[in-house]
Design a protein around this ligand. Sequence first.
Ligand SMILES: Cc1cc2nc3c(=O)[nH]c(=O)nc-3n(C[C@H](O)[C@H](O)[C@H](O)COP(=O)(O)OP(=O)(O)OC[C@H]3O[C@@H](n4cnc5c(N)ncnc54)[C@H](O)[C@@H]3O)c2cc1C
Ligand code: FES
Length: 586
Amino acid sequence: MGGCFSKTKPVEVKVELSLLEKEKEVDGLSPNGKASPFADCRPNGALGHGSDEDSTALPLYHKPRDYVEVSVCHVKDLENGQMREVDLGSGKALLIKEHGEFAAMGHKCPHYGAPLVKGVLSKGHVRCPWHGACFNIATGDIEDFPGLDSLPTFQHRIDLRFYLISKCLQALQLQKRSKPMARCSAVINSNTGFSHVLIIGSGPAGLVCAETLRQEGFTDRIVMCTMDRHPPYDRPKLSKSLESTAEQLRLRSMSFLQDHDIELLTEKEAVAIDVKTRSVTFEDGLRMEYRKLFIATGSKPKAITYKGKDVRNVFHLRTPEDANSIAQLANNKNAVIIGTSFVGMEVVAALTDKAHSVSVIGMETVPFKKALGEKLGKSIMKVETHIYTHTHIHLKEVALKSGKVLRADVCVICAGSVPATGFVKQSGIHMDSRGFITVNKMMQTNAEGVFAGGDVVIFPFPPRNNKKVNIPHWQMAHVHGRVAALSMMGRAAEIKTVPYFWSAMFGKTIRYAGYGEGFDDVIIQGDLDELRFVAFYTRSEEVVAVASMNYDPIVSRVAEVLGSGKTIKKRDVETGDISWLIDKGS
Ligand SMILES: Cc1cc2nc3c(=O)[nH]c(=O)nc-3n(C[C@H](O)[C@H](O)[C@H](O)COP(=O)(O)OP(=O)(O)OC[C@H]3O[C@@H](n4cnc5c(N)ncnc54)[C@H](O)[C@@H]3O)c2cc1C
Ligand code: FES
């Protein structure tokens, strides 16, 4: 992007961002008939993007009087490595200075809207303080997940007047944009049982795979199928915001998918794969052949046995309908949650101000003990746990082995999950004994043309000497989807990310980055009672993961250090003074 600052007058010069005052008089050419100087001024530095909100073509030229300039600061106000939010009247932008260069881009993370000024600036990108998404400061492109969209960038000038085109004003208000995508050029007969790429699952792994293919110029047919009734939605919000409708949780609309030639078949369950004929059979009898197949069917709830069938007030939480029904039935009634997983405890938190009573039943003496350690588990959640059984037609009560009986008007089972790979079993695609599909670093399975990603896989994880692990996080599923798409297109790609997870309950968010499996010690800084802390998980002498509450952006900072290939030693975080970490990140 433009706008390196002039070294001739380094101190007195103002940094100015210029904005269009109102949109009018848009011409295709500049007055002298030449292509407009703004012809390449794009919200993202890229042409022809589209998103749900933003699908109009770019105007090429605006007359100067349509613009206003806003002087946002003096050059000397911003040091190298600093970021500043600047208000331009019609919206805000993030001004960044790194290595003597200025850049300006959207100030809000397109994922959940975190203020990026509070994130981590390092080596040409900004990492979001909330869940670790990364954005390139020159292009605004998303470089690490979660989230689907990128940021607009804004041209600026130092010293001389400079104008942004109207699209940029719009971008200033939208604060996000999707990357440009190719269209399908293959002749499609939607009744044809063949797709160049067939994706089973429309969660983040499936959706990012489809969008990456189009972003990378794939012009053949893409069909994505799902058991869900809805277009892709934000599953993590189900347990945090039980009353949200599918529309409110929507990630992409049907029209967005259609606009980018991604065909979505809803309520379409795959029941078998034949790798010899390269075909998938669906429950309704449809058989579809593929050239490349991506299996991204995610997790399904672990079954627990109870008496009675069709018990209408017992739920697993997988869909917006489940969440809405739980919220409705629990209103002023007695709710019982079985399982002290993150999802279970989020449901507890979401119901406490709705239900008459909420009881939690679990096997662990301390919630989250395995993932976060005993001290953190105890401080986050002081909940007594028990063991469960029993039900009948309309569940009325849950009896614990201890003899205690809990009244239950609604029961939510959050007792863990298993990979949704039952339909893969007979196919010859390699799975481990727990049903996880094994893939290589390019997300390829053992079967020709078959890829898999997201919650369903175990994949080689470089920080653990390529040991095959399963990391069922929303963010990781995005990464897998992208790597699989690039691999399908024959592009060298491998998983290069730091796992990032979050959970929100009782108005607090816990953030977690790294891979703490098998940690042998936890170093805690801060105050557990005040719920303002950072916990470093160590294995031998190295920090392998970090968790925090009210301590932003420490988790993103650690992710940045680990992502750059550096290690953090246990002794470095034991001292109590972790200010050095700030320097390591940049
Ligand atoms: C309630 C809840 C809250 C969560 N909260 C968080 C959180 O806060 N942070 C976090 O990091 N992670 C969270 N997770 C985990 C996160 O949602 C998963 O890691 C992520 O969704 C995995 O993505 P995926 O693409 O692999 O599969 P999924 O998102 O599970 O999508 C699977 C897709 O496959 C489809 N499908 C399944 N079987 C078939 C079949 N046979 N035929 C056709 N389609 C099929 C489904 O309909 C769906 O479209 C949460 C999960 C749940 C359930
Ligand atoms: S808000 Fe930025 S990654 Fe979630």
